[in-house]
Design a protein around this ligand. Structure first.
Ligand SMILES: Nc1ncnc2c1ncn2[C@@H]1O[C@H](COP(=O)(O)OP(=O)(O)O)[C@@H](O)[C@H]1O
Ligand SMILES: O=C(O)C1=C[C@@H](OP(=O)(O)O)[C@@H](O)[C@H](O)C1
Ligand SMILES: [Mg+2]
Length: 174
């Protein structure tokens, strides 16, 4: 059995895309906290936020993080998972945490191309480039202090996966 692998980082950095690919390569299960939350509650994130607010979403997200955590699994988290210190501690204690780091302009480009509004209601009400820049100013230190490893996720998804695999094999060897 191997410890869970957690992927953290801003909206659009590729946690879901890369996590899925990585899990297939490793033969691990794949979980996504947003997907778990939406299927178990049978509603979208946009609906939860509109009806109950962000704080309620953050509580449900924590429940999903705990529910999906298992050995031999890759867990793609939501971009705001690090806003709760107990989530950061939980991920560091229970597995290996990788921050998929991408600059705000590239994030905005990806999110503009595929907004998935039902999963990603606006966080600030600002245009997407400014929103990602503002959000990263606050969150980058949290991603950094939570991650065991930082990965350049501007590369194509398969290359991001290869880098994560390299880190994991170095770790196993060392
Ligand atoms: N490494 C990458 N290079 C280019 N586009 C990417 C990359 N990873 C993901 N994408 C694209 O960016 C968008 C957001 O990806 P997603 O995996 O949903 O990110 P997250 O789960 O971190 O919000 C999708 O349209 C996806 O196809
Ligand atoms: O950055 C955030 O606060 C959020 C990111 C989203 O997930 P992705 O990072 O997978 O887009 C989703 O959890 C929710 O809309 C909140
Ligand atoms: Mg995602």
């Amino acid at each position: 059995m191997s410890l869970p692998i957690y992927l953290i980082g801003a909206r659009g950095c590729g946690k879901t895309t890369v996590g899925h690919l990585l899990s297939k390569t490793l033969g691990y299960a794949f979980h996504d906290t947003d997907h778990h939350l939406q299927t178990s509650l049978q509603c979208t994130i946009a609906q939860i936020v509109a009806e109950e607010g962000w704080e309620s979403f953050r509580m449900k997200e924590r429940d999903s993080l705990i529910a999906v955590t298992a050995d031999s699994s890759v867990v793609a988290t939501g971009g705001g998972i690090i806003l709760r210190p107990e989530n950061c501690q939980f991920m560091r204690d229970n597995g290996r945490v990788f921050w998929l780091s991408v600059e705000p302009d590239e994030l905005a480009k990806r999110l503009d191309a595929e907004p998935e509004n039902e999963q990603r209601p606006t966080l600030t009400g600002r245009p997407i480039t400014e929103e990602m820049s503002d959000i990263l100013k606050v969150r980058s230190p949290l991603y950094s202090s939570t991650a065991h490893h930082i990965i350049d996720a501007t590369l194509p998804p398969q290359e991001v996966v290869d880098h994560i695999l390299q880190v994991l094999s170095q770790q196993r060897a060392g």
